[in-house]
Design a protein around this ligand. Structure first.
Ligand code: HEC
Ligand code: HEC
Ligand code: HEC
Ligand code: HEC
Ligand code: HEC
Ligand code: HEC
Ligand code: HEC
Ligand code: HEC
Ligand code: HEC
Ligand code: HEC
Length: 567
């Protein structure tokens, strides 16, 4: 053993701590830099200030590394040889090092602490006398006291108060708010002072039945047995976590608090993440052979093609779901070609221009001339004959004293009555005209005059009669009539779409109406069109991040997502 370093440090209350380190080297470096064997943090000391050599059993030599010297028993020098048996006191900056020899032959260097503090604040006794600690109880005592106060105020008071509340339900629970892990959402803000509204039993997580006590309409969206069948088998790690959670009284899977979190700050509650839906819908088909739903886990990547409800049998007005991938044909009962009416250079455009602004028309027909937004601008009012067609497709059939007599629309019996009373011998015009041949000074009119065959009614209800232009003539119960007309207003009732949110997008980017020559065309956009802007919840870049809850509800019976305002 060549050297033994004893480093003495003083705690703030004056106690001494001694650290001992043995160094088996013949030379020690000393200086301010931390890589020295003896490190003295003092700016008055060089980075590498001196070297200490063990020259023999009893002696050491101290050599200054540079021009700055050190003190030996009060004298400043650059070199010293010291007999360890007699000892010496070295000084480096504010540090004092005493040299001695231990019984095992190690040269002992005892490093006394920096004396600066001692010099500045007087001696230890003096310092203690003025310190605050002298009048306070001991630290240990203080710690116990504070801990007891915390326990009493934040644990005992709430627990006792809760016990009291259990017996006297009118009493308020005191002090429990201090346990809150964060502010409640905007919707539940009023319950901030009534934690027990949700946390009914202390130390038990919130129960579904508690949420349901206020939210009586929050039903699951499919029968419980089908929900269970649809749920994925979770991976083992997840299964383990759930078992632990259940041990602590958490319900599930599928509990309200799985999807709805609380204490996330005073804001609307976050919409449930898509992973909760994907848990069942990501691979629904694999688990339920009899479902008609395609798999859905992420709108951008895994989502079925839309299957709108369209009219499949106009006679019975029966609707059926048909995928847009199969190029479906709709049979609404009405004849209406969009293309002729939207052609900017055709007869309709000219007719619209000549009828003009009195009817709100510009130089051609536009979507808005027939599709009038509903009040909330989400969808469109149904097209009506009187408002949207009759201006051009007049039902005038007779002229009496300069006044046109018009057929009542939409009521076959009324029409039959009108025509029976009409005089068939004074035709308004000869030969039936196309609406494009708009007659100046009057409305478009038809001639029912020549009673070939079935009489007036029969002509009107024939294929090229006035009604047959737009309707399919049929015989019902032996009587002439028209095929019922069914105009669907909500094609995709299991998903949400809002025209108001897309008012910046031209109609034509979603509806290929201008090219449609038949009302049998289903003019709805396929999912690919939505995906040009919408991708899943984690969409990056220019795409709109769209979780399931943006377009779907979870709790029936309503279909409008609550985020959009339907509750
Ligand atoms: C509207 C119901 C509701 C009210 C009112 C409510 N909480 Fe909670 N709290 C919850 C839900 C839900 C959770 C579970 C959080 C999660 O899973 O995101 C929860 C979790 C907690 C937790 C974490 C422990 C646990 O069970 O997960 C504490 C602590 C807590 N609430 C304290 C309070 C306090 C204190 C108050 C009163 C200021 C309060 N809560 C009021 C619904 C509520
Ligand atoms: C004491 C009655 C009460 C309890 C218990 C309660 N809620 Fe509510 N909750 C309300 C009220 C009131 C609203 C606001 C309804 C509104 O604005 O129309 C609300 C709103 C909501 C909303 C809509 C949030 C939004 O931002 O629009 C959700 C989701 C909800 N609660 C879920 C829960 C869940 C989950 C629980 C159980 C942890 C729960 N509630 C417990 C009273 C309650
Ligand atoms: C699989 C996830 C999921 C679970 C589990 C779930 N919810 Fe919801 N909840 C949603 C989604 C998504 C919405 C938003 C769409 C909507 O309005 O249906 C919502 C909306 C709500 C709303 C606000 C709209 C409304 O209908 O008033 C309430 C309240 C609500 N949930 C309560 C509950 C309660 C109570 C439970 C437990 C019985 C529960 N939820 C379980 C997903 C879930
Ligand atoms: C526990 C499993 C489960 C979860 C979680 C779940 N679903 Fe479903 N969902 C079902 C089942 C089962 C059906 C009915 C399937 C059937 O009968 O063929 C269904 C049906 C649907 C339908 C078709 C609606 C209809 O009336 O036919 C939509 C849309 C839907 N879910 C969306 C969602 C969304 C969005 C979420 C997340 C907020 C979600 N589901 C969460 C199991 C689940
Ligand atoms: C601005 C005037 C105008 C309006 C409004 C109008 N039409 Fe027409 N419609 C015409 C003209 C003009 C023609 C003939 C076009 C041609 O043959 O070039 C026509 C032709 C038709 C045809 C026959 C198409 C063919 O290919 O033979 C049907 C059916 C029809 N319209 C139905 C309707 C329905 C239904 C409405 C209301 C929803 C309506 N129209 C509104 C001017 C109009
Ligand atoms: C220019 C096209 C056009 C002509 C011509 C026309 N209709 Fe219509 N008709 C419609 C439209 C569009 C509807 C659906 C909207 C409505 O009820 O206004 C309709 C609806 C009807 C309905 C209701 C069908 C149902 O199932 O609800 C009856 C009945 C009807 N028309 C009878 C007639 C008769 C009879 C004539 C001949 C006098 C006639 N229509 C001429 C366009 C026309
Ligand atoms: C971003 C795509 C998109 C744009 C842009 C768009 N629509 Fe639609 N439209 C849809 C979808 C999706 C539906 C089916 C909605 C449903 O059934 O709930 C629809 C349905 C309709 C319907 C039939 C249902 C109803 O409400 O009567 C009409 C008519 C319609 N749109 C007209 C228009 C017109 C006119 C414009 C331009 C002002 C327009 N749309 C712009 C996507 C779009
Ligand atoms: C941008 C809007 C949007 C998003 C986001 C979205 N969907 Fe859809 N989803 C729709 C529309 C629109 C339909 C067609 C609904 C219909 O045909 O009635 C649909 C249809 C479905 C269907 C078939 C329903 C049926 O009755 O045929 C299921 C299941 C479904 N979505 C689940 C999901 C799930 C799960 C998510 C989240 C991973 C999701 N969707 C995200 C718009 C969306
Ligand atoms: C002259 C009146 C008229 C004009 C102008 C018109 N529509 Fe229509 N539209 C109708 C009638 C009538 C129906 C219902 C019969 C049918 O299904 O074709 C309809 C149906 C629709 C539907 C329902 C889906 C479907 O497959 O039938 C959409 C979407 C639609 N129109 C979009 C448009 C768009 C977009 C424009 C403008 C580019 C437009 N329409 C211009 C009269 C009009
Ligand atoms: C041209 C881009 C574009 C296309 C195409 C588009 N969307 Fe959107 N959509 C948007 C934007 C932008 C928003 C607003 C996002 C927001 O408010 O955060 C939006 C919002 C929505 C919303 C929320 C509505 C609301 O009131 O908050 C629904 C639902 C939706 N889109 C469904 C669809 C469906 C279904 C389709 C396809 C038929 C579609 N979108 C096509 C751009 C588009």
């Amino acid at each position: 053993m060549t050297f033994r370093l004893r480093q003495i440090e003083q705690t703030s209350d004056g106690r001494e701590i001694v650290r001992v380190r043995n160094i088996d080297q013949s030379t020690l470096s000393l200086g301010r830099a931390t890589d020295n064997d003896v490190n003295l943090p003092d700016l008055a000391i060089e980075l590498h200030h001196a070297d200490i050599l063990r020259v023999d059993e009893a002696h050491i030599e101290i050599k200054a590394a540079d021009t700055l010297g050190f003190g030996v028993d009060g004298n400043v020098t650059l070199f010293a040889r010291v007999d360890c048996r007699t000892g010496a006191e070295l000084r480096f900056g504010t540090f004092r090092i005493t040299v001695s020899l231990d019984d095992d032959g190690a040269a002992v260097l005892t490093i006394h602490p920096c004396e600066e503090t001692g010099i500045r604040s007087g001696n230890l006794d003096e310092r203690r006398a003025f310190a605050l600690t002298s009048v306070l109880p001991g630290k240990r005592m203080l710690a116990w006291l504070t801990a007891s106060i915390v326990l009493l105020a934040f644990l005992a008071v709430p627990i006792i108060s809760q016990q009291f509340h259990a017996v006297h339900p009118k009493s308020a629970i005191v002090g429990d708010a201090s346990w809150s892990p964060g502010k409640l959402s905007l919707a539940h803000h009023a319950l901030e002072s009534r934690c027990e509204a949700c946390h009914v039993k202390p130390f038990q997580s919130v129960r579904n039945e508690t949420c349901r006590s206020c939210h009586k309409n929050a039903h699951d969206h499919a029968p419980p047995d089908r929900m269970d069948q649809a749920r994925a088998n979770p991976p083992l790690a997840e299964l383990f976590l759930r078992t632990v959670a259940r041990e602590f009284g958490r319900e599930g899977p599928g509990g309200c608090v799985d999807c709805h979190n609380e204490h996330r700050g005073l804001a609307p509650m976050a919409m449930p993440q898509q992973k909760f839906c994907a848990e069942c819908h990501g691979a629904l088909r694999d688990k339920m052979a009899d479902t008609r739903l395609g798999n859905a886990g992420d709108f951008g990547q895994l989502h079925p093609q839309f299957t709108p409800m369209i009219v499949t049998d106009p006679g019975t007005r029966a609707l059926g779901r048909v995928s847009l991938d199969t190029n479906p044909r709709e049979r609404s009962g009405l004849t209406f070609p969009h293309r002729v009416h939207l052609d900017p250079l055709g007869g309709v455009a000219r007719m619209a221009a000549s009828i003009g602004r009195g009817h709100g028309y510009g130089n051609r027909l536009e979507c808005k001339d027939c599709h009038h937004p509903t009040e909330d601008r989400v969808r469109f009012q149904p097209v009506t004959m009187e408002r949207d067609c009759e201006v051009c497709h007049s039902l005038a059939y007779d002229k009496v004293g300069g006044i046109f007599r018009k057929l009542h629309h939409g009521d076959v019996d009324q029409m039959i009555a009108d025509l029976s009373a009409a005089s068939p011998h004074q035709p308004v015009v000869t030969g039936r005209r196309r609406p494009g041949e708009y007659a100046p000074g009057g409305a478009y009119y038809s001639n029912f005059a020549s009673p070939s065959g079935g009489g007036l009614v029969g002509r009107a209800l024939s294929r090229d009669g006035i009604c047959g232009e737009c309707h399919t003539p049929v015989t019902r119960g032996g009587r002439l009539s028209v095929m019922p007309v069914t105009l669907v207003n909500r094609y995709m009732a299991n998903g949400w779409f809002d025209h108001r949110a897309h008012r910046q997008t031209p109609c034509a980017s979603c509806h290929a109406a201008a090219a449609s020559t038949s009302s049998a065309d289903v003019l709805l956009p396929k999912i690919a069109v939505c995906r040009t802007c919408h991708a899943g919840e984690n969409a990056a870049g220019a795409k709109v991040p769209s979780g399931c809850a943006m377009c779907h509800r979870f709790h029936p019976p309503n279909v409008v997502p609550s985020r959009v305002g339907g509750v």
